[in-house]
Design a protein around this ligand. Structure first.
Ligand SMILES: Nc1ncnc2c1ncn2[C@@H]1O[C@H](COP(=O)(O)OP(=O)(O)OP(=O)(O)O)[C@@H](O)[C@H]1O
Ligand SMILES: [Mg+2]
Length: 104
């Protein structure tokens, strides 16, 4: 089952994603929650705290001159390398993280 949440800023996407993920995880599902927001905070919403959320590695590597996404990894390799364990049997993944985000 794949569930995608989108919507206008501040409507509750992260909150609902976190509650859904943890509820499904608690019911015994293996959940991978992927934050596709370039100013991500799903890790915090899901209960990792600010410091835990900061430790999630972004799949998009922006450290070099050119942005890079690994294309040679299987789904399980991607999970092993980038997945971060969260409460209630949820694994969080992060698509990208902006170095600096403005407001509005
Ligand atoms: N059902 C709800 N009732 C009341 N407040 C809510 C509800 N869902 C979320 N909120 C509150 O609204 C605010 C925005 O929620 P959230 O961060 O989940 O939205 P978002 O759509 O992910 O925002 P962004 O577009 O900035 O990523 C938060 O303060 C959250 O606690
Ligand atoms: Mg959000």
């Amino acid at each position: 089952m794949r569930i995608g949440l989108s919507g206008k800023g501040g409507v509750g996407k992260s909150t609902i994603s976190a509650v859904l993920s943890r509820s499904l995880g608690r019911s015994g599902h293996q959940v991978v929650a992927v934050d596709c927001d370039s100013d991500p905070n799903l890790g915090v919403s899901i209960g990792l705290g600010e410091q835990g959320a900061e430790r999630i590695r972004s799949i998009l590597d922006q450290s070099g001159a050119q942005r890079h996404v690994p294309t040679d990894l299987s789904p399980s390799e991607l999970l092993d390398r980038y997945g971060y364990a969260a409460p209630d049997n949820v694994t969080v993944m992060l698509a990208a993280r902006s170095e600096k985000a403005g407001s509005g």
